[in-house]
Each structure stands twice: as structure tokens, then as C-alpha cells.
Ligand binder design. Structure first.
Ligand code: F6R
Length: 607
């Protein structure tokens, strides 16, 4: 979704801002712009399309050592240059970039229009520079604070004034904003990736906070001007982790990183002597954990699929009733928040509005919510009552891959911890723990199917409809396979519980509709094989992702992708990998924009 970057320092601001915007591209956007301050005026350049288009439009050697930039993902008003940010006040002296949605913008616009203000765009955001100008009396920070008192909704903003060289005012309410502390220079961004090339020292703003930066430093206050002390954090990852290296795109890189990212998620968290897991961030003691009567997971998209696996595993192994629900649905149905329920909000970005608002709703009703997040310092990570960071490293491709397997790792660790406090014996715990420790190696073995999956993708890439089928732990994996394929190839794909096909989806079966079956050697194998035969009997082509050496499944299927044999509880980690690769290679075959698929954004901060 939208991205913000700001710079104040001794360098020319244009290259710093354009590079920052380039690094924010992965979030998804449709237009971009910058405002650069120099000698009492602001130069604003905006373009529809990619950053490269903006870069070409910016005059070579444009001077100015402070400014702000933005990538826009349209919500209010079409994808036009006028609607792109930065937005200006009528004098052209105040420029604002804004992430989020101003809910009362209609009323504010009417008020400002009655006062004679002419608007240049259809956006909600444009009310902000006009409000700032309305209150400006030589102090931008105070004018921004006065303007904020009118705003209802969510915002992360960066504001500059032509007459205040080197100053940028930022404010946050529901949309992330991070300050980057350099040496004699300062940065402001919605996401640390925009400034990691320059500094690893960052300050995460909280809702209700305002920051004023200039090249010498920063000052944080609340909206009523009371000082707020902030801690400077160090970003734990390196610039290399947000570069593609030798891979054609980020998605491919991230799929192949999974042996390391899952190893990181598990790192130091398995306690072999006690055959259990150690999860320091839960903020719950043993007694509180033992009192948990039910686990409920809320999430969206891929993170929800991880939650579905986690819930099944918890229920079967730790014998705790567990379920996973779409956050966007839960929030508005007035859920019962039982006293003994423990909730998990799962989110790679930690900023997904649906999940965040559901989390707040549960907390409001007295529930304890733990976060399973990747992005350190993200809103969900900070607002939850405790949690598990998955440490995947930055995930840049819009389609989530490595975060998914790391989220699974978090659930497997938590299940081990809970199961060992209940009925699981030391011997069973040790067996589970050893198998979990072996998962990164098994993913690495699975990745050897790359060429085979690429050949299958070439064979089936022109199909317009696909079915993904699995039972038990493989049902969420079927959902995930279908989601991956539709997101990046735009083919229609449905994930179904294999046992459900006879209740409807089997009507779709035809020679031109491939069915992709997940067939582990678990207790449901025979049932899944029967479902495969039902499809074959109706002329549907079948691709089976199965276990190496399973001659029966290989013989029934038209195509067979073997994966390494393992304890059946762990197949979600490996069997998802051929599906990720399949989606990737089909999209490659069709010439899609794999890392930034149409209409999608990496972090979905609107409902
Ligand atoms: C799928 C995908 C989305 C996200 C969903 C939740 O590849 O990326 O479905 O999983 O938008 O995002 P997070 O995990 O950031 O809350």
C-alpha cells in the first residue's frame, strides 16, 4: 500500500528520496511523487506509474537537501497525477504525503471550500495541507498539530513548508511511521526498508505521536505538545536481505530462502533436554498457559492459512480446542470472548488493518491476544499482549512464501510447549522436537523439485481453472496453493477439502481443469486416493504432490511431484513448496509481474 519517505541532511534529496521510493515499490502502488525544498520554494513532481517514470520526469540536478516522497495505492479518487501525492495548499508552500484514510474528509472539504479553498484533487488527503496552511503562523509543527485536531481516521503523514528549510513534521495515527537517525542527517519513512541503505538506527512512532526532524536530530511530542521520550532501536537485518541477488525476482529468492528462514524461526527455541520449546515473548507464565481452555487465531490470507494449520495441530497434539478465523469477519460479528481463550493475531507485516482492528476488538472485550509477526516494531507486534517474532527477514514479494513457513514454525513451537504441559510425554516431545529441527533440511531437499515443477508449469500454464485438494493438514495447504496461483498468475484457482468435492466442486472437473492433490502418507492417504480416482474417472488431469517412493499415487496421477518422507505432521512445511514454485513458474510462463501483481499490495492497511 502507500509508502512515505522523507529526508533532511547535507546531501541532494532527490536521489535519496527516489531510492527510498524504489525500495517501497514492493508494497504495491500506482503513482508516485516528491516535493523538494530549496531556497524558499517547493518543487513538486508527480507521475502515474512506476518510479522509473517519476525518475525520468524529475529535472536532472534538481537542487534541495530536504523533501518528502510518496507511493500511492488509490483509495479515494482514480489513478491520476492530480491525485498522486504530495498534495499542496493553495499557496504551494505546504506539501503533505499521507498514508491511511481521513474518514471525515467530506465535512472538512466542505468547510474549507466554504472558506474559499480550491481543491486540486479528488483525494481525502488534500484536506491536510489546506488545514495546515489555515493554522500556519510561522511554526509548522504547531500548525500540523492544530490540523490534526480536525482529522478522524488513520494517518501517517510527512509535512514540509517552503519557509522552514530542513524541517519535516511527521505524525502517526494507525499508519506506521519510522524515524531514521543518521549522522548529520535524518530520515522519515513508513517502512524501514526505505532507509536501511543509510541508517540502521530507527525510532518507531506510536499512535498519537508527532515528530519534528531536521538534520541535527528529532523531537517527539504528543498532539498536545507534551514531550515523549523515545528509544532508538537498531534494525537487525542487513541491506543484502532486501536485494534480489542472483534471483530473477524476490518471490523466487524468498521461496529458496526457506531453509534458512525456518531455521531462524526455530533458532534457540527448542529445549532438547526438556523436549519442549522456549518462547520468551509470550508474557504468560506456566500457570497461565496451563489455564488456557481454547486457542483462537485471527488473520488474513496466507497468515490465516498458517493459522488453520496451527489450530489443527494444537487441537490434535495439545488437545486444546482451537480454531482460526478471518479477522475481517470476526471483527463485525460481535464475537464471544471467553475468559479462558488465548488469541493469536498472525500477520507477516504486522500492519494488516483487518487483523489489527479485530485484535483491538478482542482486547476491548478482555481477551489476551498474542502476535505472530515478522516485522519487528509493527503495530500488531506492539499492540499485542506478547507474542512470537518469526524472524523471516524482510519479505518483499507481495505473495507471501517464507513468512508462511516461519509462521508454521511458530505454531509448531507453541504446540510443543503446550502439549508438553499437558499429556505429551518426554519421549514423544523429543521425537517431535527432533523432527521440527529437521524441517529446514527437508525443505532444502524439497526445493530440488524446481526443474520438475517448472516443466509442469509450462505444461499447464494455459489452463484457466485449477483445483487444489487436500485433507486434514493438507486442506489449508490446498487453500494456500490456490491463493498463490491466483494472486500472481491471475488464473482462477479453488482450494477445496478433498472430501468436499462430491458436494459441489466436482462439477468443475473437465479435461481442461487440472486438479492438484496433496497426498502425504498419513492416515487420510487412502481417502485422498479415492478422491483422486473420482477426478480421474471424470476425465480431469491430476497432478499429485506426494511422498517419494509412493508408486501407487504416482501411477494414478498424470504427473507426480515427490517430496521427502517425514513425520506426517510436518508435511505442511514441505508440500507447500512445490505449490509456491508452481504458482511462480506459471506466472513466469505467462509473463506476469510476479513481485507486484495487479491490484495487490504487500501490507493492507485499509479495511
Ligand atoms: C498472500 C498474501 C496475503 C497476506 C494477507 C495478510 O500471498 O500475501 O494474503 O497474507 O494480506 O497479510 P499479513 O500477513 O501481513 O497480515
Amino acid at each position: 500500500m502507500c509508502g512515505i519517505v522523507g529526508y533532511a541532511g547535507p546531501r541532494r534529496a532527490v536521489p535519496v528520496l527516489l531510492e527510498g521510493l524504489k525500495r517501497l515499490e514492493y508494497r504495491g502502488y500506482d503513482s508516485a511523487g516528491i516535493a523538494i525544498g530549496d531556497e524558499g520554494r517547493l518543487a513538486v513532481v508527480k507521475r502515474v506509474g512506476k518510479i522509473a517514470v517519476l525518475r525520468n520526469a524529475v529535472p536532472k540536478e534538481l537542487p534541495g537537501s530536504w523533501g518528502i516522497g510518496h507511493t500511492r495505492w488509490a483509495t479515494h479518487g482514480g489513478v491520476t497525477e492530480a491525485n498522486a501525492h504530495p498534495h499542496l495548499d493553495s499557496s504551494g508552500k505546504v506539501a503533505v504525503v499521507h498514508n491511511g484514510i481521513i474518514e471525515n474528509y467530506r465535512a472538512l472539504r466542505n468547510m474549507l471550500e466554504r472558506e474559499g479553498v480550491c481543491f486540486a484533487s479528488e483525494t481525502d488527503s488534500e484536506v491536510i495541507p489546506h488545514l495546515v496552511a489555515r493554522y500556519y503562523e510561522g511554526d509548522l509543527e504547531q500548525a500540523v498539530k492544530a490540523a490534526l485536531s480536525h482529522l478522524e481516521g488513520t494517518y501517517g503523514i510527512a509535512v514540509v513548508h517552503a519557509d522552514e528549510p530542513g524541517r519535516i513534521i511527521g505524525a502517526r495515527n494507525g499508519s506506521p511511521l519510522v524515524v531514521g537517525v543518521g549522522s548529520g542527517e535524518m530520515f522519515l519513512a513508513s517502512d524501514v526498508t526505505a532507509m536501511i541503505a543509510h541508517t540502521k538506527q530507527v525510532v518507531y512512532l506510536s499512535d498519537g505521536e508527532v515528530v519534528a526532524i531536521d538534520p541535527s536530530g528529532f523531537r517527539t511530542t504528543d498532539r498536545d505538545d507534551r514531550p515523549v521520550a523515545k528509544k532508538v532501536d537498531e534494525v537487525a537485518w542487513e541491506l543484502g536481505s532486501i536485494e534480489k541477488g542472483d534471483f530473477a525476482c524476490y518471490m523466487e529468492k524468498e521461496i529458496f530462502e526457506q531453509p534458512e528462514s525456518v531455521a531462524r524461526a526455530l533458532g534457540g527455541r527448542l529445549e532438547s533436554a526438556e523436549a519442549t520449546a522456549k518462547l520468551g515473548g509470550l508474557n504468560l507464565d506456566r500457570r497461565q498457559l496451563r489455564q488456557v481452555g481454547r486457542v483462537r487465531v485471527i488473520a488474513a490470507g496466507t497468515s490465516w492459512h498458517a493459522g488453520l494449520v496451527g489450530a489443527q495441530l494444537l487441537e490434535s497434539m495439545a488437545r486444546i480446542p482451537a480454531s482460526a478465523e478471518l479477522a475481517s469477519e470476526l471483527r463485525y460479528r460481535n464475537p464471544v470472548v471467553e475468559k479462558d481463550s488465548l488469541w493469536f493475531a498472525v500477520s507477516q507485516s504486522g500492519e494488516t488493518a483487518d487483523t489489527l482492528y479485530a485484535l483491538r476488538e478482542i482486547q476491548r472485550k478482555g481477551g489476551t491476544v498474542l502476535g505472530i509477526c515478522n516485522v519487528v516494531g509493527s503495530t500488531i507486534a506492539r499492540e499485542s499482549d506478547g507474542g512470537i517474532y518469526v524472524h523471516s527477514g524482510p519479505e518483499i514479494a507481495v505473495a507471501s512464501t517464507k513468512a508462511f513457513t516461519s509462521q508454521l514454525a511458530a505454531f509448531y513451537l507453541f504446540t510443543l510447549l503446550m502439549a508438553r504441559m499437558r499429556d505429551l510425554s518426554h519421549a514423544e516431545g523429543a521425537h517431535f522436537s527432533a523432527a521440527l529441527a529437521g524441517v529446514p533440511g527437508k525443505i532444502a531437499e524439497t526445493l530440488r523439485c524446481r526443474d520438475l515443477v517448472q516443466a509442469l508449469a509450462k505444461k499447464y500454464a494455459r489452463s484457466e481453472n485449477f483445483l487444489f485438494l487436500g485433507r486434514g493438514l493438507m486442506y489449508p495447504i490446498a487453500l494456500e496453493g490456490a491463493l498463490k496461483l491466483k494472486e500472481i498468475s491471475y488464473a482462477h484457482a479453488e482450494g477445496c477439502a478433498a472430501g468436499e468435492i462430491k458436494h459441489g466442486p466436482i462439477a468443475l472437473v473437465a479435461p481442461e481443469v487440472p486438479s492438484i492433490f496433496l497426498v502425504p502418507d498419513d492416515e487420510l492417504r487412502e481417502k485422498t486416493i479415492s478422491n483422486m480416482r473420482e477426478i480421474k474417472a471424470r476425465g480431469g488431469p491430476v497432478i499429485a504432490v506426494g511422498v517419494e517412493g509412493d508408486a501407487e499415487v504416482a501411477a494414478i496421477a498424470d504427473d507426480f511431484v515427490p517430496t521427502p518422507r517425514m513425520d506426517p505432521r510436518f508435511y505442511p512445511f514441505t508440500m507447500v513448496v512445490p505449490l509456491q514454485l508452481f504458482a511462480y513458474f506459471v506466472a513466469l510462463e505467462l509473463g506476469r509481474d510476479i513481485d507486484q501483481p495487479r491490484n495487490l499490495a504487500k501490507s493492507v492497511t485499509v479495511e
